[in-house]
Write a protein that binds this ligand. Structure first.
Ligand SMILES: Cc1cc2nc3c(=O)[nH]c(=O)nc-3n(C[C@H](O)[C@H](O)[C@H](O)COP(=O)(O)O)c2cc1C
Length: 184
């Protein structure tokens, strides 16, 4: 089972990128999580799209197409999702000039998130679910991984808190079960 992990933060010391690294360590047997960086992705511009997707957009869409499902690590900015992640979803939500459909159509997506605050990205995750639904993706599984007070749980880029690691591992197992069931 090939999962594509994407962090909505460009920051080198990002808690959300650290959460993706922890997910790679804790993935259940049979699940591989590759990551895709958004640093090169341009801002969405419909004029550019009409000329054909730029190479970083093609790379993103190809990576999503190739994956069985997605794992999105979602920062919370001002109660919503990061512009970086929203921009990526906007590009990926479109067929563009050269595809029959959006790579997000029907895609299973697992959401996790970390923030130093006490709500642990719950508002951003709710907002992300709405956006993904509009883009035709399906969010799974039920339940949430909300890494609140992330600065007390993630040190030197590593998720150290055992309870959080257990919760993440359980969430990934539940996601793996959903992805396997959807493949029949
Ligand atoms: C513009 C801005 C707005 C933010 N708004 C929120 C917020 O609404 N809720 C929250 O929990 N944290 C908020 N934060 C703090 C982020 O959660 C924190 O910077 C976090 O480390 C970003 O994720 P990252 O570590 O993956 O880069 C905000 C940070 C910035 C820069």
């Amino acid at each position: 089972m090939d999962i594509l992990g994407i962090s909505g933060s460009l920051r080198a010391a990002s808690f959300n990128t650290a959460l993706l690294r922890a997910a790679q360590e804790l993935a259940p047997a049979g699940m591989r999580i590759a990551t895709h960086r958004l640093h090169e992705l341009p801002l969405f511009d419909q004029d550019v799209e009409e000329q054909g997707d730029p190479p970083p957009v093609v790379a993103l869409k190809d990576a999503i197409d190739a994956a069985d499902a997605l794992l999105l690590a979602c920062p919370e900015y001002n109660g919503g999702i990061s512009g970086v992640l929203k921009n990526a979803i906007d590009w990926a939500s479109r067929a563009g000039r050269d595809r029959a459909k959006s790579p997000l159509a029907g895609k299973l997506v697992c959401i996790v998130g970390a923030s130093p605050g006490i709500t642990g990205t719950v508002r951003a995750q709710d907002a992300l679910r709405l956006v993904l639904r509009r883009a035709g993706a399906r969010t799974e599984p039920q339940g949430e991984v909300l890494v609140f007070q992330a600065h007390t749980k993630i040190a030197d880029g590593k998720l150290a808190d055992e309870r959080t690691r257990d919760a993440l591992a359980r969430h990934l197992q539940a996601f793996a079960d959903r992805v396997a069931a959807s493949r029949g």
